[in-house]
Design a protein around this ligand. Structure first.
Ligand code: RP5
Length: 163
């Protein structure tokens, strides 16, 4: 199976990377984590993106905060799908990173998830891989069914207590 590269702009973004990594692991999708910045290590970030397809990756998750150009800079150097995660960091609570990540000009797409949305970033990669992988599709369907059952159980408990 193809791998997913999770790139974070700083080690302070690690909690978001862990959410994505753990979700991918749960689905048995191979993933690697890299601390590379579009402004602090631009050459190394570019190199990862340029070589990602040849190195067995099928998608890249890029998470960064503040003036978050990491996902766009990675996307500029690969035609693999890039999922961007805006990270809450600094004085603007993640709005800065959200707008920087989501507002990509035409030609270089970044599929942006919610601020801190590590789980959804991983699930989006899994859903792309599952287009041609029946086993993975079944795992995703089971995960959704489990989530549904958990919510309905909470609903039953709430009804017992209040209704
Ligand atoms: C961004 O600036 C990083 O992605 C991080 O979210 C933010 C702050 O970085 P540190 O100062 O914590 O290294 O480049």
């Amino acid at each position: 199976m193809k791998k997913v590269a999770i790139i974070i702009g700083s080690d302070s973004d690690m909690p978001v990377a862990e959410k994505a990594y753990n979700t991918l692991k749960e689905l048995e999708i191979p993933a690697t984590v890299h601390i590379l910045s579009a402004h602090r290590t631009p050459e190394e970030a570019r190199e990862l993106a340029v070589n990602a397809r040849a190195n067995g990756y099928g998608a890249i998750i890029a998470a960064a905060g503040m003036a978050a150009h990491l996902a766009g800079a990675i996307a500029a150097n690969t035609t693999l799908p890039v999922v961007g995660i805006p990270v809450k960091s600094g004085d603007l609570g993640g709005m800065d990173a959200l707008l920087s990540t989501v507002m990509m000009p035409s030609g270089i797409p970044v599929a942006t998830v919610a601020i801190g949305g590590g789980v959804n970033a991983a699930l989006l990669c899994a859903q792309m891989f599952a287009i041609e992988d029946e086993e993975l599709r079944a795992k995703l369907e089971k995960k959704r069914a489990d989530n549904t059952a958990a919510v309905l159980e909470k609903n039953r408990a709430a009804a017992e207590r209040f209704n």
